[in-house]
Write a protein that binds this ligand. Structure first.
Ligand SMILES: NC(=O)c1ccc[n+]([C@@H]2O[C@H](COP(=O)([O-])OP(=O)(O)OC[C@H]3O[C@@H](n4cnc5c(N)ncnc54)[C@H](OP(=O)(O)O)[C@@H]3O)[C@@H](O)[C@H]2O)c1
Length: 265
């Protein structure tokens, strides 16, 4: 298999490293389009590097577009000029619809995916939607590649990428905000910063694994920690007064609406 990755920032580089790590592509079959000279030197051990869209892209089975959405307009015409029918173009750009990909690239076999930040360490989750033009073999190829960065979920309806963006795309930031706040509160209550850090991070890690292994719902797990008149209940009373659940619901809803707005759908 031959792969091109266009744009090697956080995500493009994560894909390149994962594909090489799992042996899905040989270095000579991986083409990385990187415009910064320093970055090209840094990444040249992963594959072949080129400073701009290159005619040899037409030899790739898959072309991953991993530039920022606002940079897509500038590279689309040169990319359209070198694509050959049948190549799969996989975009991870937030908000760029399948229709816009098809129109701008004058190409039909396109995939739109929404990964998230933990993909950088192989623990991401990516939801993706394909145009109807993709064959089963091409869809399986995409799924196999996305699985290198964590898990992959196929969506029958592209519009669902808006709530996906709000849940798993932005989700890591919600989690970091929770961690950041808990550590700051621990420090305010008198703990040494390194102790507050260790307590919060290990609590998050342990709680995740408990949830995965306990075979109980989040509600049941909350009730198992909370006793009547106890400390957790005291915290939850304040959370309810501040409508924490409603605030989260409205925040995630706003993220989903913004995703819809950005994709112009
Ligand atoms: N990060 C996330 O958690 C996340 C989650 C879901 C989706 N995404 C999507 O993934 C895409 C990439 O995100 P990112 O976080 O990896 O961004 P990033 O770190 O800014 O990477 C984008 C890269 O594209 C390069 N680039 C821009 N124009 C180029 C061109 N004409 N030729 C070659 N390279 C070009 C940039 O190069 P320079 O450094 O020279 O500017 C940069 O290295 C975005 O579209 C974003 O919507 C990201």
């Amino acid at each position: 298999m031959k792969i091109t990755i266009l744009g090697c920032g956080n995500m493009g580089t994560a894909y390149a490293r994962s594909f090489r790590k799992y042996g899905l592509v040989k270095a000579e079959d991986l083409l990385l389009i990187i415009r910064g000279e320093g970055r090209r030197t840094q990444l040249e051990t992963l594959g072949r590097v080129a400073p701009e869209v290159d005619p040899s892209i037409s030899e790739s089975d898959l072309v991953i577009v991993a530039v920022k959405p606002q940079d897509f307009g500038a590279i689309a015409p040169s990319l359209a000029a070198v694509l050959r029918p049948g190549q799969v173009v996989l975009s991870i750009m937030a908000g760029i619809t399948l229709q816009r990909l098809k129109d701008s690239l004058r190409h039909t076999t396109v995939v739109r995916a929404m990964p998230n930040a933990p993909a950088q360490i192989g623990m991401g989750i990516t939801a993706y939607a394909t145009g109807t033009e993709l064959s089963m073999r091409q869809t399986l190829m995409v799924e196999q590649l996305l699985n290198c960065t964590g898990r992959a979920v196929h969506l029958a309806d592209e519009a669902l990428l808006d709530p996906v963006t709000a849940l798993s795309g932005s989700g890591p930031a919600y989690f970091f905000e929770m961690v950041r706040t808990m550590i700051a509160t621990g420090i305010r209550l008198g703990l040494e910063p390194h102790v507050a850090n260790a307590l919060v991070k290990q609590t998050m890690l342990g709680s995740f694994h408990l949830m995965e292994h306990a075979d109980r719902s989040p509600e049941e797990l909350i009730n198992a920690v909370m006793s009547k008149g106890g400390t957790t209940e005291a915290a939850f009373k304040v959370f309810a007064q501040g409508d924490l659940a409603g605030t989260l619901d409205r925040g995630i809803g706003a993220a989903s609406s913004r995703a819809k707005e950005l994709s112009g759908s």
